[in-house]
Write a protein that binds this ligand. Structure first.
Ligand code: MN
Length: 130
């Protein structure tokens, strides 16, 4: 199984612990950030394969973090998956408008969470074709 480097951006300690546990159990490496500012620093220095992004963060919110990442030529290729409890009409659209590729609703489903994340890590069909 392919192991990936996951940058997890989450300000809630319990949520961070659970997601980290699930991902590490499947062999993935997890880098943790508890704020948008920390996320931007780690995205630039650690070259993660995917960013899991909480939207409700203290200070810089997830939409702003996503727009900042997607405006950076060095970082915009990294897939971003929003992990958020926002469930009202229009929230999904707002997330995708910020350039975020995927969306996982909280509370996360421990049975499917890692598989959902891995969906965004598969190589595009043209890249993987022999
Ligand atoms: Mn939060």
């Amino acid at each position: 199984m392919t192991k990936y480097k996951v940058l997890l951006v989450e300000d809630n300690m319990q949520n961070r612990y659970l997601a980290t546990y699930l991902l590490e159990q499947q062999g993935h490496e997890v880098l943790q950030a508890d704020s948008g500012v920390r996320c931007l620093a780690l995205a630039a220095s650690a070259a993660p394969d995917v960013i899991l992004l909480d939207i409700q963060l203290p200070g810089m919110d997830g939409h702003t973090v996503a727009r900042t990442l997607k405006a950076d030529p060095q970082l915009k290729h990294i897939p971003i998956v929003a992990v958020t409890a926002y469930a009202m009409a229009g929230d999904r659209e707002k997330v995708f408008a910020a350039g975020i590729e995927g969306y996982i609703e909280k509370p996360i489903d421990t049975a499917t969470f890692v598989a959902e994340v891995e969906r965004f890590l598969r190589p595009a069909p043209t890249e993987g074709a022999a």
